[in-house]
Design a protein around this ligand. Structure first.
Ligand code: G6Q
Length: 543
């Protein structure tokens, strides 16, 4: 929904600017001292997630003003436009309907005057049949042996979702199946992921919406060669390859039988595609029931986002707090710190989700933007990060808002590991918020010369997100939470969150350079002096 008023000239924005000047100096130590119930006041529970946002540099008025900004920027109708399938991805002329993939209420959703739910359900049913066949050993390879290895070949949105979710839900996976992911066009990835696999027990899932992506198609053809070398017969392809795509023609041309193709639709964006056929490898690993539990979690968060008033709405609150820091405190990055080893790939997944969606500098009206948009997203699971980069968050010169994600129960009960993990989890947000003063250090008889070095200023903002356990349902709610947070911010910044033109230029230039590298001759007139030098160095030494 285009806005004609520039964001920074809107009344709601100007009001926030004044408010920022008034409260930027407040310290969390004082805010907590003055309001004993602050922890309760700034926390919300929904869909099995508990969000405590009290350790943010806000007061009650801040939330009111941020909510007014969201209202003034027409967030509510924008949310409806997305759920109803309007063409909100205008630069690609597409609807944005990942929410239909997990529409467990099965209410009709119309695209081009047609209800898309029957197609969504029928692909899901086909995926279930396939997953069960593989899990039970009924799907056999060309030599008659059951499939034991599943290798997903895809990149970006066709890799990060399933690989992150597989890692996150490994506890629920069928352990006699080996699940691997190949994304990088670097042959090392293919070789290392296949070197110990028996081809007769291996099924490749080629996951590519377009079925033209250079990296994926290169890996897919290498996989084809690998199967043919090992099986010696073309007919083996139909037993060892599945395609997930919207491009039937290209799938058939590759040699994959159309019956082994699982379709999805152009209204599913790559980085929003985990709930589509792109999730097949995950469904094979964790089983259809767990996959459906994950969809239920997504759906619960979708409903919460669509129906809940902004000041109680988890994605809206997170989105607005992100804007508060990004645009008023002028922070550059946002850390995501899961205290669960299974969520090891979650920050990488969110990197794409957020940075590809909101890494834009032109607004929906085609104007250059004069304010900051998407932050740099980064992170690692705790407690590893504590022994690495947390120093900078605690005592560096940069303000880095962070999300801490933790669970009450661990899947792997073992001594007091989990209590230790969670003691660190609670301690870190406390230390970041309240720090340690010179007075406290003096009382501990700290040598005078060390006091400046051991002082922690505190006032570092964090959100804490907790759930009982990392189940498929919980993972669904968590992913949808961040998807919608990104949406909220995109609407307020008035940018298109669902295209990714920035990825194009590099792809085009690479395809121009490739023939030169293959022929071993570079065109002196086609490149700048730096690129020529680099290509020359490469060609001279690539012998
Ligand atoms: C995601 C992007 C991008 C895409 C990959 C793979 O939103 O569009 O990461 O998913 O480039 O594309 P294909 O699935 O078409 O191979």
């Amino acid at each position: 929904m285009p806005h004609n008023t520039l964001l920074t000239q809107s009344l709601a924005w100007k009001d926030l600017e004044i408010h920022y000047q008034q409260i930027k100096g407040l310290h969390l130590r004082d805010l907590f001292r003055e309001d004993r119930l602050r922890g309760n006041r700034f926390s919300v529970e929904a869909c099995g997630l508990m969000l405590d946002y009290s350790k943010n540099r806000i007061i009650h008025d801040t939330v009111t003003k941020l909510v007014s900004l969201a209202t003034a920027r027409n967030l509510k109708p924008a949310v409806e436009d997305m759920f109803q399938g309007k063409l909100i991805n205008k630069t690609e002329k597409r609807a944005v309907l990942h929410t239909a993939l997990r529409n467990r209420a099965n209410t009709p959703i119309m695209v081009d005057c047609k209800d898309i739910m029957p197609d969504v359900n029928s692909v899901l049913d086909k995926m279930k049949l396939c997953a069960n066949k593989i899990r039970s050993g009924e799907w056999t390879g060309y030599t008659g042996k059951p499939i034991r290895n599943i290798v997903n070949i895809g990149i970006g949105g066709s890799d990060l979702g399933p690989s992150m979710a597989y890692e996150s839900l490994k506890y629920y996976s069928q352990r006699n199946l080996t699940i691997r992911f190949i994304s990088n066009v670097d042959a090392t990835h293919f070789k290392e992921q296949t070197h110990d696999l028996d081809a007769s027990e291996t099924l490749f899932i080629v996951a590519s919406k377009t079925f033209t992506t250079q990296e994926t198609m290169t890996n897919a053809y290498t996989a084809r060669e690998w199967i043919l070398t090992n099986m010696q017969h073309e007919e083996a392809i139909s037993k060892h390859f599945i395609a997930l795509s919207i491009n039937t023609e290209a799938v058939v041309e590759f040699g994959i039988d159309a019956t082994n193709m699982f379709e999805f639709w152009d209204w599913v964006g790559g980085r929003y595609s985990l709930c589509s056929a792109i999730g097949l490898s995950l469904m094979i690993a964790i089983g259809p029931d767990n996959f459906e539990q994950m969809l239920e979690g997504f759906h619960a968060m979708d409903c919460h986002f669509r129906e809940t008033p902004f000041d109680q709405n988890l994605p809206v609150i997170l989105g607005l707090l992100g804007i508060w820091y990004n645009n008023f405190f002028r922070t550059e990055s946002h850390a995501v710190l899961p205290y669960d080893q299974y969520l090891t790939r979650f920050p990488a997944y969110l990197q794409q989700l957020d940075m590809e969606s909101n890494g834009k500098s032109i607004d929906q009206d085609g104007r250059a933007i004069g304010y900051q948009t998407g932050p740099i997203i980064w992170g690692e699971p705790g407690t590893n990060g504590q022994h690495a980069f947390y120093q900078l968050i605690h005592q560096g010169t940069k303000l880095i808002p962070a999300d801490f994600i933790g669970f009450c129960q661990s899947h792997n009960d073992c001594g007091d590991h989990h209590n230790k993990l969670m003691a660190n989890f609670f301690a870190q947000t406390k230390a970041l918020a309240f720090g340690k003063t010179g007075d406290m250090l003096m009382k501990e008889n700290t040598p005078q010369e060390l006091i400046p070095h051991k002082t922690f200023e505190g006032n570092r903002p964090t959100n804490t997100i907790m759930a009982v356990e990392l189940t498929p349902y919980t993972l669904g709610t968590l992913i949808a939470l961040y998807e919608h947070k990104v949406f909220v911010q995109g609407v307020i910044w008035n940018i298109y969150s669902f295209d990714q033109w920035g990825v194009q230029l590099g792809k085009e230039l690479a395809s121009n350079i490739l023939p030169e590298l293959n022929d071993g001759i570079y065109d002196k007139h086609a490149h700048d002096s730096s690129t020529i030098n680099l290509m020359k160095y490469y060609l001279d030494n690539n012998i």
